[in-house]
Design a protein around this ligand. Structure first.
Ligand code: AMP
Length: 523
């Protein structure tokens, strides 16, 4: 007998059980309702994507990409890697045929891997494989003729072709969904659709972070993106307004909306204001009396991503950060105007905000508008939601020029915590009718009536096995059922049904014909 062991959910992941799942469902339904009222449509993208997609969009220097992604090899062709390493060693000194034989063997393994769909069969692999086959033929020919120089150069050619062959495809569980949405937008030519594309998504994200309360390795986000040719501040403001409407529906009153503009990057046409600010910040942070007071993480970021020093949460660094130059002092005229208009738009929509010059956001692709909503009821992990504008991202991912974007992602896990803390919304699932049936004769009627009532959208519990009346009542009570429909010999004989209302124990008899109307009235 194998040793008995208990399986547990992996650290940083968790199960969401009833009745808690009812609140999750309520929240998702509410969020969908709000977003659809703003004319956002749902997009569903895959849970895993090419690693490169996130490395390019989020930024290779970010924590998410450097440390937090769950990556795996999609095709799993380790045997080919082993053979390729052998090819890289060239010919054995004592066996001039060894490279040729290894290449021939490698090609057989490649053919098998292709058959089993373990390596990609499209470009560039198909071209490389054709070339490898012809290299093998030429090698045979050169070996026959003892043309040693030719053998040598063909060996080198074979080696570099084998290196170029794409054996694995590195993929990751998505750490966020903006890059996926942009990838899908480009892949499906969505710029051809009329107007701005307003898209929302709901689903799990994965980051290898240190788990703690409010921070998981599999967590859930709801997000929205607006992609199109316009960067009107009204778009930014509408997106933020939509979030505040959601907060209102969830009756979360204690929150702060922080906004900032982080300027614009360089483009081929013009110099941006953000790189100038980053340089100024870097120079300031390099000053020995400042640098020496920074922690190891911030010291590293002075070179890799000085903006991130601004949002450090390390207590000892706060006094230094307070005195650092603010980007608002360096915004170019266009960025300043965009930011001023955003503030006007928010005021027009009666959305209260707090300006936070330190709000720079962790991911590289943001520019101009950035925002975050925090809630003091959450404790250390107090960010409910974050977002910003990312005008260059679609183009950077190989999409059409001039497509701009803005979006947000909210943490569902944290929203649920905040709703629970606020104690205003209580979403539970209730059993409307518990059918207490007794006796073989009653059973067919119980099955039939259960179906009728479920058809009326009532939640009905039909015990699969006969229960004693007292036990059935106890069970119904524990389940929090509202009514018990009693079907025993008496009811069958008299053609009447008994209904007991559990709130006050009131019991009455009705005919089967009156049943549907009775429960419609009881809603
Ligand atoms: P980000 O994509 O990092 O801007 O995160 C957006 C929102 O997702 C945050 O404001 C959090 O509410 C939530 N979030 C991010 N990381 C986690 C995590 N590891 N666990 C739970 N929620 C998270």
């Amino acid at each position: 007998m194998p040793e008995q062991r208990k399986f547990r959910a992996i650290k940083g992941t968790r199960d969401i059980l009833p009745p808690d799942s009812a609140l999750w469902n309520w929240f998702e339904k509410t969020a969908r309702g709000v977003m659809e009222s703003y004319n956002f449509g749902e997009i569903r993208t895959p849970i895993f994507e090419e690693t490169e997609l996130f490395a390019r969009s989020i930024g290779a220097e970010t924590d998410v990409v450097q440390k937090e992604m769950f990556a795996f090899d999609l095709h799993g062709s380790r045997d080919l890697e082993w053979w390729r390493d052998l090819l890289k060693q060239g010919a054995h000194p004592k066996d001039r045929f060894s490279f040729r034989n290894r290449l021939s063997e490698f090609l057989e393994k490649v053919a098998l891997a292709l058959q089993q769909d373990r390596i990609g069969s499209g470009e560039p692999n198909s071209r490389i494989i054709a070339k490898l086959k012809s290299t093998l033929q030429q090698l045979d020919n050169a070996l026959d003729r003892d043309a040693n120089d030719e053998v040598e150069s063909l060996t080198e050619a074979g080696q570099s072709l084998a290196i170029d062959l794409q054996i694995g495809q590195s993929v990751v569980l998505r750490p966020e969904a903006t890059a996926s949405v942009c990838r899908a937008y480009i892949e499906h030519g969505m710029q051809m659709r009329p107007g701005d594309q307003k898209l929302y998504y709901v689903g799990p994200m994965f980051r290898r972070e240190r788990p703690q309360k409010g921070r998981y390795r599999q967590f859930y986000q709801i997000g929205a993106e607006v992609l199109g040719t316009s960067d009107a501040p009204a778009i930014d403001a509408e997106l933020i307004e939509m979030l505040t409407v959601l907060l209102e529906r969830c009756q979360i009153e204690k929150y702060t909306l922080l906004i900032n503009s982080i300027g614009c990057p360089d483009t081929p046409e013009r110099k941006g204001c953000r790189p100038k600010y980053v340089e100024l910040l870097r120079a300031k942070l390099r000053e020995p009396e400042i640098f020496s007071k920074l922690g190891a993480d911030s010291q590293r970021r002075v070179e890799t991503n000085p903006l991130r020093v601004m949002d450090s949460k390390v207590p000892e660094e706060q006094a230094i950060i307070e005195k650092l130059p603010k980007i608002s002092e360096l915004l170019c005229a266009d960025c300043r105007e965009h930011y001023e208009k955003l503030k006007k738009e928010l005021t027009l929509r009666e959305v209260p905000f707090t300006e936070s010059p330190r709000l720079v956001r962790g991911l590289d692709y943001y520019m101009r508008t950035t925002f975050e909503i925090t809630s003091p009821i959450l404790g250390a992990q107090n960010a409910l939601c974050g977002g910003g504008r990312y005008d260059g991202l679609v183009e950077m991912l190989g999409g059409p020029k001039g497509i701009k974007g803005i979006g947000f992602a909210l943490g569902e896990d944290r929203f649920i915590d905040a709703i629970q803390e606020a104690k205003k919304i209580h979403a539970t699932r209730t059993v409307d009718v518990f059918i207490a049936w007794m006796g073989e004769q009653a059973y067919p009627t119980a099955v039939r009536l259960a179906r009728v009532l479920r058809g009326e959208k009532h939640t009905v519990e039909l015990p699969p096995e006969e229960m004693k009346f007292r036990k059935a009542l106890e069970r119904a009570d524990k389940m929090g059922a509202r009514y018990v429909l009693i079907l025993g010999d008496d009811e069958i004989a008299s053609d009447m049904l008994s209904i007991k209302r559990l709130a006050d124990g009131k019991q009455e008899k009705i005919s089967e014909e009156a049943l549907v109307d009775y429960f419609r009235g009881a809603r």
